[in-house]
Design a protein around this ligand. Structure first.
Ligand code: SAM
Ligand code: SF4
Length: 493
């Protein structure tokens, strides 16, 4: 249910904070930027300061390929400075594909009569969770729903409770889901407060496109989703409900990618100005094939691989403190290419309703079935393969979920990130959770590569980090580490 008063009050002079003409003007004005200016902008990002729209527009207008190479390198450096070599991993859990909306790009749209509709019961949610937490080893999920009275906030709250209730015995300890993030339709302050009470991690809503006219076209008139501002101010309501880890995104391919990058930046700046906290993460899904989704074939804004890399780099520099998520929509080779600029990725991903339980008992590999899922995914490799590949590339997969459970959210975490101090806790927790995962779930091959990486990380804790850890912390880490090896679980700093 849309509550007009819950978003109109934020609209100064009846206008929202995305001014389409102004964005295009800035992009136009930024043409032919001086290389020195671009290097100054990169310096500002390296100081972990949000860029201005003019600065981002200048980056978007770079033409010189060697300057782009500098931009990619700086984007990776910014990522390293704020998040070191950690990649957080998660899996999506699709709970229901009933939907009252008719988004022209989505397989769940109500006009897609070939979609088999299903809403998981709470027992089925628990089976899915057992497969994810007990077999694969995930600690963090994002739950996803169509917009429908059958999957309202009460159902969402029930599913989150059901997920947190599952605990599965593993090789050396137990597995459970410790953080549930939510990707669902925009909600009212009251509904969000209910989700806060059941322990929601991050609340994620993608604006899809920031361009008003395109938004109107792809979200047909008369559907709930056709209200641009109800969606645009979803995060404002989240802050009101004390949900302070919020995630934004745009669906790339609906409109010009440069415009969407600017839209995301304006959104981040608005949240920073209004609440003192920017987005916890930014997502940049690209359109992938879906059944009976006419816009996908017709769009003139399809984003090439080259532009995809550019947009990620510009976002990384523009909102330098934020987490950035590359998903399994992208094929493995693209993920490899852009990972140095990103902080999170999913693995062992299935997006069919009930797909994890299905695959769990299957004798043959289960193929993707577009009549049961929202769109096609480009990379269905399992977590073990992804963790091993990351370790070989020098990245540690972090299963850490400590942040929200000890108050490192919203403003608190934003400060830590901007000053480079979040890494203090994160590095230690990454080592501990990686140890847990290796003992409980890794194949022999992955364990071998993982052990090498842990050795290096342990050394760094003592010697090489930007801020040295005190001997007391190092001792505490060693103590936790040994206890985890002996089967204790979920110890964190
Ligand atoms: N139904 C809710 C909503 O629309 O807000 C929850 C989100 S929907 C299940 C998850 C996201 O998938 C959408 O916000 C959209 O960005 C993305 N999506 C939809 N169709 C897609 C497609 N064909 N390819 C890639 N991503 C798509
Ligand atoms: Fe429904 Fe969301 Fe798909 Fe739109 S994107 S049709 S709202 S599930």
């Amino acid at each position: 249910m849309i509550k007009d008063e819950q978003y109109k009050k934020y609209m100064d002079g009846g206008k929202d904070f995305i001014n389409d003409e102004e964005i295009w003007e800035k992009i136009e004005k930024g043409k032919n930027p001086d290389p020195q200016k671009i290097r100054d902008i990169m310096k500002k990002s390296l100081e972990i300061q949000t860029l201005s729209p003019e600065e981002t527009a200048a980056l978007l207008n770079v033409n010189d390929s060697s300057l782009w190479d500098e931009i990619y390198a700086t984007a990776a450096e910014v990522k390293k400075k704020v998040y070191d070599n950690r990649i957080v991993t998660f899996a999506p859990l699709y709970c229901s594909n009933y939907c009252v909306n008719n988004c022209l790009y989505c397989g769940f749209r109500r006009d897609n009569m070939e979609e088999t509709r299903r809403k998981l019961t709470l027992d089925e949610i628990k089976s899915e969770t057992r497969a994810l937490a007990g077999k694969v080893g995930h600690k963090r999920l994002i739950v996803v729903y169509g917009e429908h009275p059958l999957s309202d906030a009460n159902y969402i709250a029930d599913t989150i409770r059901a997920i947190y209730s599952v605990k599965v015995k593993t090789r050396n300890g137990y597995g459970n889901i410790r953080r549930v993030n939510v990707n669902a339709a925009p909600m009212s302050v009251e509904d969000l407060a209910m989700l806060k009470d059941v322990g929601i991690g991050t609340y994620q809503v993608f604006q899809e496109t920031y361009h008003h006219e395109t938004y109107k076209y792809v979200h047909p008139f008369g559907t709930l989703k056709s209200n641009y501002q109800w969606r645009l101010y979803a995060m404002h309501r989240a802050f009101e409900a004390n949900v302070d880890d919020v995630a934004i995104g745009a669906l790339f391919g609906l409109y010009d990618w440069r415009f969407e990058v600017m839209g995301l930046l304006y959104h981040a700046i608005e949240l920073e100005n209004r609440f003192g906290v920017g987005p916890h993460t930014v997502s940049f899904p690209r359109l992938t094939p879906a059944k009976n989704a006419p816009y996908i074939q017709n769009t003139q804004y399809k984003v090439s691989d080259e532009d995809f890399k550019k947009l990620i780099a510009v976002l990384r520099l523009s909102i330098p403190y934020t987490g950035m998520i590359v998903t399994a929509r992208e094929p493995a080779e693209i993920r490899r290419e852009v990972l140095p600029m990103c902080t999170q990725t999913d693995a062992s991903t299935r997006i069919g309703i009930g797909a994890y339980s299905e695959i769990d008992g299957a004798k043959e590999p289960v193929k993707q079935d577009l009549t049961k899922q929202q769109f096609f995914i480009g990379d269905d490799r399992n977590l073990d393969d992804v963790v091993r590949e990351l370790a070989e590339m020098g990245y540690i997969t972090s299963f850490c979920t400590a942040g929200y459970r000890c108050g490192r959210t919203g403003k608190n975490i934003m400060e830590l990130l901007k000053t480079g101090k979040e890494g203090n806790f994160c590095k230690l927790n990454a080592i501990l959770t990686f140890r847990e995962w290796l003992d409980d779930f890794a194949s022999e091959e992955t364990k071998k590569v993982g052990e090498e990486l842990i050795k290096k990380e342990m050394e760094e804790v003592k010697t090489k980090t930007p801020r040295a850890y005190s001997p007391k912390v190092v001792d505490e880490l060693k103590d936790y580490y040994e206890r985890i090896k002996n089967g204790e679980r979920d110890l964190y700093f």
